[in-house]
Design a binder for this molecule. Structure first.
Ligand code: NIG
Ligand code: FE
Length: 389
């Protein structure tokens, strides 16, 4: 095992306000020791332990690895024509998801895996050390289970999104029954979370509720694609059922903001989607001012968000969403960790931090199904980095 000591950091973001300035817990004159590609120690440079190698950061900042709490990486094909139509004035409706479903079903396991490897590497190069990966382009028992099996090779943060849209050849209520029954049973051994696209044209409030409750009964934590294309019941449902996150949150009423405020549900904002679909951005300031916990994530997918880059999402958020650079960095690290109910990533771990209150409303990493917990991935691009001071 080779250890590396990084010194001369301009500042170090700990995300632990007890350790340094502001919500980022900024420390100066700090150092980091990395062992086996993971943070093994942080502290004052003067107290740094000896290491095999040294690197001078030349005044650059040190940050926790980005936590991307929302990504759809298991897919095949592309939707360039849909993008071109959108840039010519067509709105994004989510209808193109079925195009990706057809390409994904036709792809081999190896082709799907290669796509995840490509995007995971791209994300890692840009600082993402923890990533959530959803299914949602299989939409049959076998294809959803296959997608999640592949996703689980790369991350513990796997999400069953059989309720992405209703396949073209299925009747909606009948399909929801399958999602809640046979499909969930086949997928839950590989999934930690269940998600639903609660939106006009996808699943309504009652259908979404049925999917989430069935997922919860199967031992999964809850996440919701909510209020992306218009106002709707998604956010309220997410809060009512104690979901870890309501994702998108683009069209919110005052009641939605009030519901999120004081709840354990994180608002995960996905500016890559607004950028790629040329839609209005969500208002982060409105949420932050109401005391809502905000996460930033990429939503990387072939239809509505063409980026795996958390730095790009931070830049978009600062430019378009009334959030400061410091708040955006916090949302992309500690916020993402909260959205995944993780206390071992996105920040300097501190035994005194009040993380337990967030774990209560849902499943923490430690309560993932044994089948998920047991799996240990040997891939070098797998996300198991964490702050371990
Ligand atoms: O989060 N909105 C639903 N799901 C994805 C888009 C999927 C697609 O268009 O392929 C999203 O934006
Ligand atoms: Fe999404």
């Amino acid at each position: 095992m080779v250890s590396l000591l990084v010194t001369n950091l301009g500042e170090l973001v700990t995300n632990d306000p007890t350790l340094g300035d502001g919500p980022l817990g900024l420390r100066r004159d700090a150092a980091i020791v990395i062992e086996d590609g993971r943070v093994a120690w942080i502290g004052d440079a003067a107290a740094a332990p000896a290491a095999d190698e040294r690197r001078d950061a030349e005044g650059r900042a040190g940050l926790p690895g980005f936590v991307d709490s929302h990504a759809h990486l298991v897919f095949a094909g592309d939707r360039a024509a849909e993008f071109a139509a959108r840039m010519a004035g067509e709105p994004y409706t989510g209808g193109g998801i079925r195009t990706t479903v057809a390409a994904t079903r036709a792809a081999s396991d190896d082709a799907l895996r290669a796509n995840v490897v490509r995007l995971r590497r791209e994300a890692l190069r840009q600082g993402t050390t923890t990533i959530e990966i959803k299914s949602g382009y299989g939409l049959s028992v076998a294809d959803e289970a296959r997608s999640l099996r592949i996703a689980a090779e790369f991350t513990d943060e796997t999400t069953f999104l059989g309720a992405h849209v209703v396949p073209a050849d299925r009747e909606p209520d009948d399909y929801v029954k399958d999602v809640c029954g046979e499909m969930l049973a086949a997928c839950s051994p590989y999934a930690k979370w269940v998600d639903v696209f609660c939106e006009r044209g996808a699943f309504d409030g009652e259908q979404s509720r049925a999917v989430l409750i069935a997922g919860r009964k199967a031992g999964l934590g809850l996440r919701v694609h909510a209020n992306q294309l218009g106002p709707g019941p998604g956010v309220q449902l997410a809060v009512e059922l104690g979901a870890a996150s309501a994702d998108h949150c683009t069209h919110l009423t005052d009641q939605d903001v009030a519901a999120l405020s004081g709840s354990g549900t994180v608002a995960a904002l996905l500016p890559g989607a607004e950028f790629s679909t040329r839609s209005p951005y969500p208002d982060a300031r409105r949420l932050l001012d109401a005391g809502v916990t905000v996460a930033l994530a990429t939503d990387c997918n072939p239809g509505s968000s063409y980026t795996s880059s958390m730095p790009f999402c931070i830049a978009l958020a600062v430019r378009e969403m009334r959030i400061t650079p410091a708040e955006a960095v916090h949302a992309a690290t500690a916020g993402g960790a909260r959205a995944l109910r993780r206390d071992d990533v996105g920040r300097r771990r501190s035994p005194t931090a009040p993380w337990s209150q967030w774990a209560k409303a849902g499943r923490s990493a430690r309560t993932a199904p044994a089948s998920v917990r047991r799996r240990r991935c040997s891939r070098p691009d797998c996300d198991r980095s964490s702050w371990r001071p």
